[in-house]
Design a binder for this molecule. Structure first.
Ligand SMILES: Cc1cc2nc3c(=O)[nH]c(=O)nc-3n(C[C@H](O)[C@H](O)[C@H](O)COP(=O)(O)OP(=O)(O)OC[C@H]3O[C@@H](n4cnc5c(N)ncnc54)[C@H](O)[C@@H]3O)c2cc1C
Length: 377
C-alpha cells in the first residue's frame, strides 16, 4: 500500500486532471487513478471543443463565465498557444421557434452584453448556403474553439510538477472506509487516502455504489459526431458554430472540414461508446435539410457519453451521507468549457473553503451544484 494522501481522484478526464491540479495548488497531496491506458480516452477526448455562454442552463452559464479569466490568462507555463481560438456561434430559429430564441436571448443578455438577436439578413450573410425558412438568430460573437488537448495537457503537466501522481491502467474496483481513511483497490494495488474525488464521468454512480453512497441518477447520453469533407466550392471558414434553437443538430467548421452532429442524446450504460452509421446519417440528413450543401465524404466519426443529472447542472461537493466521498460529475455537454472554474470551485469545497469570490459574482452557489439536492428527499 502507498503512503496515505489527502485525495485519490478517480478518473483522468478533464474533471480529474483539473481538480488534481487545483488541489495541488492548495497544498493537498493527490494521486489520480485512471482505468484506461491514457488520459481523456472517454468523453474528454470526444468533445466538439467549443465554448459558448448561451449553451446550457443558468448554473452552467455562471460557471462558464467564471472560467473566462483562466482561459485568457492561464498559469505560467501552462500552454504554448492561446487556449481559445475564434469561432462565433449562432442559434437559428424558424418563425414558430421565435419564443425559444427570445428566451435564450433574455437569459444570456443578462450576463453577457455583446450577444444579439439578429434578423434574417444577418443570418444569411453569415451562412449564405442556408436554405430559406430561418426567421432570426441569436448571435454570440465571442464563442470560441477550445484547444482541449492543450487544456488537459496543461493541467496534467503542472499537476505532475506540483507532485501529483497519475496512475494509468488503474481501474478502481473497491473502496473501503476504515476509520478516517479510504482503502482503494485497483488492479492488485492498494492506495490509501483521506478523501476520494469521484471524477469518473459516466461511471460516477457506479463508483458511488462502490463507496456505499446513494447514486444520484446519473444519465449517460450518447452523442454522435462526424467530420465531413467540405464540398468543392464551399467556403466554411466564415461559418459560425450553428445550432438549431431546439438543438436537433449543430455544425461548425473543423480545420477546413465540417463537424456535424444530430445532437442526439441516446440513453446509454457507461461504456466505450461508438458511432452507429444510422446516427451519422441522421446528422448529415439534418444538416442537408438546413443547408444547400451536399455531403459526399465522411472522414471520421465517433460518439461519446454526455452524463447528466435531472436538472442538467453539475454535481460538486461532499456526499451528504458518506464521509470523505466528494462528487465532481454530471458535467453533461459542458465539461470542457466549465472546467477551469469548476475545478477551482471543486478544490475549494473539497478543502472546506467556500465558493471562490470570483464565482459568486456570476451567481454560482454551492447549493446549486450540491449532491444533497438529490440525497435529502
Ligand atoms: C460529442 C460530444 C461533444 C461535446 N462537446 C463539448 C463542447 O463542445 N464543449 C464542452 O464544454 N463540452 C463538450 N462535451 C462534454 C465534455 O466532453 C464532458 O463534459 C467532459 O469531457 C467530461 O469530463 P469528465 O472528466 O467528467 O469525463 P471523462 O472524460 O469520461 O473522464 C472520466 C474518466 O474516469 C475513468 N473512470 C471511470 N471509472 C473508473 C474507475 N472505476 N477507476 C478508474 N478510472 C475510472 C474513465 O476511464 C474516464 O477516463 C461534449 C461531449 C461529447 C460526447
Amino acid at each position: 500500500m502507498t503512503e496515505s494522501v489527502d485525495f485519490v481522484v478517480v478518473g483522468a478526464g478533464m474533471a480529474g486532471a483539473s481538480i488534481a491540479y487545483e488541489l495541488s495548488q492548495l497544498g493537498a497531496s493527490v494521486i489520480v487513478l485512471e482505468a484506461e491506458a491514457h488520459a481523456a480516452y472517454h468523453t474528454t477526448g470526444r468533445s466538439a471543443a467549443f465554448y459558448m455562454v448561451g449553451y446550457g442552463n443558468d448554473v452552467v452559464r455562471g460557471i462558464t463565465l467564471s472560467s473566462e479569466a483562466f482561459y485568457g490568462n492561464p498559469p505560467e507555463d501552462f500552454c504554448e498557444h492561446p487556449l481559445l481560438g475564434p469561432l462565433g456561434a449562432m442559434y437559428l430559429a424558424k418563425p414558430l421557434q421565435l419564443p425559444q430564441l427570445q428566451d435564450v436571448y433574455q437569459r444570456v443578455s443578462q450576463c453577457l452584453d455583446n450577444v444579439e438577436l439578429v434578423d434574417e439578413a444577418f443570418v444569411y450573410d453569415k451562412l449564405p448556403e442556408l436554405k430559406p425558412g430561418v426567421a432570426a438568430g441569436f448571435w454570440e460573437p465571442n464563442s470560441r474553439e477550445i484547444d482541449v488537448a492543450a487544456l488537459l495537457g496543461g493541467y496534467i503537466k503542472l499537476a505532475t510538477r506540483a507532485g501529483v501522481t497519475f496512475v494509468y491502467n488503474a481501474r478502481v474496483s473497491s473502496l473501503e472506509r476504515i476509520g478516517d481513511s479510504w482503502i482503494i483497490s485497483s488492479e492488485g494495488r492498494e492506495f490509501c487516502a483521506r478523501n476520494i474525488v469521484n471524477a469518473s464521468g459516466a461511471w460516477a454512480d457506479k463508483l458511488a455504489n462502490l463507496a456505499g453512497a446513494v447514486p444520484l441518477g446519473m444519465e449517460p447520453k450518447k452523442r454522435t459526431v462526424c467530420v465531413a469533407k467540405t464540398p468543392e466550392g464551399v467556403d466554411v471558414s466564415r461559418w459560425p458554430l450553428t445550432i438549431d434553437i431546439d438543438e436537433t443538430f449543430y455544425f461548425k467548421p473543423e480545420s477546413g472540414n465540417i463537424l456535424i452532429t444530430p445532437a442526439d442524446e441516446i440513453p446509454s450504460e457507461p461504456v466505450d461508446a461508438y458511432a452507429e452509421d444510422i446516427d451519422v446519417a441522421l446528422g448529415i440528413a439534418r444538416f442537408e435539410e438546413a443547408m444547400d450543401v451536399k455531403i459526399t465524404t465522411v472522414k471520421r466519426q465517433w460518439a461519446g457519453l454526455r452524463t447528466f443529472v435531472a436538472d442538467r447542472s453539475p454535481v460538486v461537493g461532499y456526499d451528504s451521507q458518506v464521509a470523505g466521498f466528494f462528487w465532481l460529475a454530471g458535467q453533461g455537454g459542458y465539461g470542457i468549457q466549465m472546467a477551469p472554474a469548476l475545478a477551482k470551485l471543486a478544490a475549494a469545497l473539497a478543502v472546506g473553503r467556500s465558493v471562490p469570490d470570483f464565482m459568486v459574482k456570476f451567481g454560482v452557489t454551492s447549493e446549486s451544484v450540491s449532491p444533497a439536492r438529490y440525497q435529502n428527499d
